[in-house]
Design a protein around this ligand. Structure first.
Ligand SMILES: *Cc1c(COP(=O)(O)O)cnc(C)c1O
Length: 366
């Protein structure tokens, strides 16, 4: 990375999507304002949480909601809620959970790593992850078998492009658990645009990241039944102390939820489509590139760009060169072995898309 002045953060072009090591997302002005104003003010935190809950209820259709530090913290706190069910003595004892129901069923294919293996977020609460099925496959029969054992605390499911194998029918998995009175947590971190579907499964708690597609400050949003959300909040005097949301995160989250509430999804989708089509058209004008679109693998309402790189060039070298430019351009590299780059351009401005096109032309010059 050239031209970095000492102490200056280096701006990059991020076509990797909501990727934590690259700053996740950019917040609109109203969210930035809300965060800035909150930093200069006192609040009654309880009132701020109650306002956030009201906005989370409108956003999700769930009974209640709360804001915690981030989605990873939310997984830990949701498991803690299921282990302790709001019992003050148990909350004070965590993560020591001996004698409490603490086996957490987790499909092995959902044991994702978003920077930390999710099973570690379970263990932080005192939970014992019980991986069901194999990494390559977990189906409803595997879950039904696992549910016949004792001491089950909850079922943890993940909705993310990081899961492996054939997709587990989440709605059916939730129904199965609920028929056996087993609480269900869904980690849907980047799936806030599918909130209706995930909450509609009937899961007790559903988790989203405030800073991914919602474009708020770093925050974990937890929505669900009033009792389950109360049990999450009860952890504030226990292990949740180190996982609390700041006043500015709660205020910024409220602003982001307000922006989402007035978003016209159809207009937004049409704008994304137009942006992507222009990018694909211009990328296809490069002789070493075959560009096409691919739907989001998790069902989010927008597509991504796939660029197939022709010899004498290859995807590995192209990615390396794009990252060494000024500004550096980052793309997804999971299909690099198929000689493909994948780009998510929803969050990019037109001038940034122009820079990506010029960068591609530069690195793919004969
Ligand atoms: C990003 C992500 C997380 C972690 O989110 P943070 O808010 O950064 O803690 C957890 N689970 C999944 C599936 C994710 O994609």
């Amino acid at each position: 990375m050239a031209d970095i002045k000492k102490g200056d953060p280096c701006e990059i072009i991020n076509a990797r999507g909501t990727f934590t090591p690259l700053g996740v997302s950019r917040s609109p002005a109203e969210v930035q304002d809300a965060v800035g104003k909150a930093l200069g003010a006192y609040f009654c935190l309880e009132e701020l949480q109650q306002a956030a809950s009201a906005h989370l209820v409108r956003f999700s259709g769930a009974e209640a909601g709360t804001v915690v530090h981030c989605a990873a913290a939310a997984v830990t706190l949701a498991v803690a809620a299921c282990i302790t069910m709001g019992d003050a003595e148990a909350i004070a004892r965590l993560p020591e959970a001996e004698g409490l129901p603490r086996r957490v069923l987790l499909p092995a294919s959902h044991n994702v790593n978003y920077g930390q293996p999710i099973e570690q977020a379970v263990r932080l609460a005192g939970g014992q992850p019980d991986l069901v099925g194999t990494e390559a496959r977990c189906d409803l029969n595997d879950l039904a078998d696992a549910m016949s054992q004792d001491e089950i605390c909850c079922l943890l499911l993940v909705s993310s492009r990081l899961t492996r194998g054939p997709a587990l029918d989440i709605t059916a998995a939730v129904a199965l658990a609920r028929s056996r009175n087993i609480p269900v947590i869904i980690d849907g971190a980047a799936q806030d645009m599918r909130v209706g579907h995930l909450v509609g499964t009937g899961a007790d708690l559903v988790i989203f990241s405030g800073q991914k597609y919602l474009s708020g400050p770093t925050a974990g949003l937890v929505v669900g039944s009033s009792a389950a959300v109360a049990a999450v909040r009860a952890q504030e005097k226990g292990i949740g102390r180190g996982m609390k949301a700041s006043k500015e995160a709660i205020a910024g989250t409220i602003a982001a939820l307000k922006a989402r509430a007035i978003l016209d999804l159809e207009t937004w989708q049409a704008a994304q489509h137009e942006k992507l089509e222009r990018f694909l058209g211009e990328a296809n004008a490069l002789s070493a590139v075959n560009a096409f679109s691919e739907p989001d693998p998790t069902g989010l309402p927008f597509a991504r760009a796939v660029l197939e790189i022709a010899p004498p060039f290859n995807a590995v070298e192209t990615i390396r060169k794009l990252q060494s430019l000024s500004p550096p351009v980052f793309v997804m590299d999971h299909l690099v072995h198929f000689n493909k780059l994948v780009l998510e351009i929803t969050s990019l401005r037109n001038d940034e898309i122009d820079t990506i096109l010029a960068s591609l032309e530069h690195v793919l010059r004969e």
